[in-house]
Ligand binder design. Sequence first.
Ligand SMILES: Nc1ncnc2c1ncn2[C@@H]1O[C@H](COP(=O)(O)OP(=O)(O)OP(=O)(O)O)[C@@H](O)[C@H]1O
Length: 293
Amino acid sequence: MLDATGLGKRYGRRRWGLRDCSFAVPAGRVVAVVGANGAGKSTLLRLAAGLTRPTEGVIRLDGTPVHRALSRIAYVGQAKPLYGGFTVAETIRFGRATNPGFDARGTEARLNDLGIAPKCRISRLSGGRRTQVAIALALGKRADVVLLDEPMADLDPLARLALMGELMTTVEERGCTVLVSSHALTELADVCDTLLLCNDGALQVVGGIDDLVTSHRVLVGPAEAYGGGARIGEHAVVSARTTPRQATVLVRVRSDTFDPRWAVHEVSLTDVVLGYLRSPGTTVVAGPAEVAA
Ligand SMILES: Nc1ncnc2c1ncn2[C@@H]1O[C@H](COP(=O)(O)OP(=O)(O)OP(=O)(O)O)[C@@H](O)[C@H]1O
């Protein structure tokens, strides 16, 4: 279980990168960490990696503060710190020398499958190839928690699919927990089961993606059917977009009963994320039991 209580990180004297952040993610989950630019995603992942200490609160892995559990955590940040002068084979040897239990053979095989030969020099690889090496090294560590910050940013569509497939296989085989921060919501929806949505330095939504998708609907109807309130019937309004003629409203549903003036649409992860990002004041935070369900 990776859990945080009252977690916060302040940069300098006044600027909070993240504040009052509490969640609990059981082992074996694949977590989408999403939010606007500057929302606090990288800060959260660096705190989870033990690379930066919290200003307040705590983040633990199975009850131990993460900075005392570093051998169980693998992290790939946005800057991929590989030695340009090393070959891929030397990089793998370095991984084995610095991480007990490192899967050198599996890492080499994984990179070979991607067409990255052991003798390739890191400095000669493209940005996307370097990302693939960095991720292969992180997975080779056989860690209990894998943290990937924007891993898809410089991967082509096929490489993104391959990465998502690899993450699913790794989680199925090893039961580890994966946190992936990304703006690629469609790819995340295919592989992630849990959502952590950061908004302006706070955790706005925490929960199981299936639960979130089944408990929300988009209602489309005539503008006069929506009075601008916090509810439509018994359903809680998350956010609304209106034109003089039409209202499009994301609601958190309370029942199957809807005013017949509304066309009711099922939602995707993207609909949920965009709806909450448009409405920073609306928060949904599931307890550990709900995330675990
Ligand atoms: N080292 C730092 N020093 C000062 N402020 C920082 C530092 N790192 C992050 N911040 C600030 O903390 C806030 C959160 O930044 P963070 O990088 O965690 O956001 P993010 O959600 O990962 O953004 P992006 O999607 O653009 O990568 C921002 O306001 C950012 O300017």
